[in-house]
Design a binder for this molecule. Structure first.
Ligand code: SAH
Length: 212
């Protein structure tokens, strides 16, 4: 899988490739899909959500430019796979998952796998996690209609926010925001497809969204 990420997708950050190589993805996918854990696909997890495709995990992580000392916020903890990759690469990871069943499973998994530098919270992550802010890096693993302003505001000067943004719920552009002393720099980093970011600064929940 790592050779594919390096050669086909041109992921160049060796620390990211090493972290992806080290994190056992099969521990984050449902038992019935374990044989597919090392294929380059997103896969369904509980509550109609997905574990992200390895390429997009590697790409977003690379865009955060982590050196090892950072405090990172993730929105959309889901299966915990992205959080585990971040955990291997940096000092401290805070992850927020809005669905209580997924958040409870994630808390249990973090303890079971001994990911001691990962904290999990069940909430609407579009408001960030103010008491631990500012963050050196923020990664949003679900697609919203716009950049959630509270997340940009919770970046350290020099900090990076990577977020999928799209006018429809079915496709997005990966955007990187870098906070500077006098504002924000915005870069477009390629098309992507994520499950919807639902919350105060995301899409409104619809009737089919059971919040469980
Ligand atoms: N990083 C995860 C990807 C999970 S899919 C992984 O590696 O598996 C995206 C997740 O974002 C879903 O679990 C969904 O419930 C969650 N989500 C959507 N909107 C959210 C919000 N406003 N706050 C926190 N989590 C949210």
């Amino acid at each position: 899988m790592v050779d594919h990420l390096r050669e086909y997708y041109k992921i160049g950050d060796e620390r990211v490739l090493e972290a992806v190589n080290r994190v056992p993805r099969h521990l984050f996918v449902p038992d019935a899909l374990r044989s597919q854990a090392y294929k380059d696909n997103a896969l369904p997890i509980a509550a109609r959500q997905t574990i992200s495709q390895p390429f997009i995990v590697a790409r977003m992580t690379e865009l955060l430019q982590l050196k090892g000392h950072e405090r990172v916020l993730e929105i959309g903890g889901g299966s915990g796979y992205q959080a585990a990759v971040l955990s291997a690469l940096t000092r401290r990871v805070y992850t927020i998952e809005r669905l209580p069943t997924l958040a409870a499973e994630l808390k249990e998994k973090v303890v079971r796998l001994g990911l001691r530098n990962v904290s999990v919270r069940c909430d609407d992550g579009t408001n960030g996690w103010p008491i631990y802010s500012p963050f050196d890096a923020i990664l949003v693993a679900a697609g919203g209609p716009e950049i959630p302003q509270p997340l940009a505001d919770q970046l350290e000067i020099g900090g990076r926010l990577v977020v999928p943004v799209g006018h429809t719920q079915t496709s997005q552009m990966l955007v990187r925001i870098t906070r500077t002393a006098d504002g924000f720099i915005e870069e477009e980093c390629g098309a992507c497809v994520f499950v919807p970011l639902i919350g105060q600064h995301g899409w409104k929940a619809d009737g089919a969204d059971s919040k469980n």
